[in-house]
Ligand binder design. Sequence first.
Ligand code: KIV
Ligand code: ZN
Length: 398
Amino acid sequence: MTNTSPITGPNSGDKSRVVIFDTTLRDGEQSPGATMTHDEKLEIAGLLDEMGVDIIEAGFPIASEGDFRAVSEIAERSKNSVICGLARASFKDIDRCAEAVRKAAQPRIHTFIGTSALHRAIPNLTMDEMADKIHETVTHARNLVDNVQWSPMDATRTEWDYLCRVIEIAIKAGATTINIPDTVGYTAPMESADLIRRLIETVPGADEVVFATHCHNDLGMATANALAAVAGGARQIECTINGLGERAGNTALEEVVMALKTRNDIMPWHTGIDTTKIMHISRRVSTVSGFVVQPNKAIVGKNAFAHESGIHQDGMLKNRENFEIMRPEDVGLSGTSLPLGKHSGRAALRDKLEHLGYEVGDNQLKDVFVRFKELADRKKEVFDDDLIALMRTGVDAE
Ligand code: KIV
Ligand code: ZN
């Protein structure tokens, strides 16, 4: 059962291509309080499709009638992305999932079961009983669709021998992608790279499937762990917009995509994402989920491309590369922002005044700068209107 598509098989196409699997609508929506309406899910799926996401995990069809409807409609509307639904290791879940993704041009079923000792105790299955269940359920899913992803949940805390054994079973049963979830955000970058590398080297048939990485951010390492997994041989990254997800969230799509783009010199892999669409979808996901993006969040935070201190603003005005490793335009912003505050210097003040249409000589700038600093001490940020008022007061006083 050899795979040929770049989405399902690693042996054809571009080996440096990393597939982006977005789970904002499934794992992201599982964040307490992040529930989205039907129309909001359709809108976000449309934006993901447009930005070049390879696979959209659109929901968990057995979870509710609403989830089923959302996955079905997204499947019907999607133009380019593979549409995937999640299913537990049960025929009932898998059948419902297959029905939901049926109308997609490229449907995928993602089925999973917890394989660590802790997770095996939940359904109270022995290792052998679980191995049989994996064989039966993956075989069943593969009889329904050609594109089947299987995940050993809590893989990073699963015993090594057992993990190899169940992955081999899933591959033999027809799984085309093997996802390695770090369900509780427990792994570290060196371990993440090593785990994928050793699995690919050890498990028979591993070179016939795509290995995926699915990281949670409990220790703040989800992005680093995902990129390390790619270094180890994974070619699918599972992620969400703004890092939305259970507890501390999932790997953030915008972070892995921009990291691969910006540091391609040391991470020679690329994605198919149109990065100029990042800011817009980030803002829409924040609005519809009600999860505000922290101002200093990498890539999409309000301050990610803002410079307030005098030294930085002066440096930016001379050459953007002094303090910017990415171009704001590349993530869909109109440009860098140099907000004026008490740390700002004369160069940024003069630049801003010129943009507002004021020609200021050195003496006038000296005077305005003193009054600007007095104001900035009282206000967190000095806006254009404040500066206009400041200039007017100066004129009136003369
Ligand atoms: O974190 C996890 O283990 C999951 C699985 C369902 C893949 O989200
Ligand atoms: Zn998860």
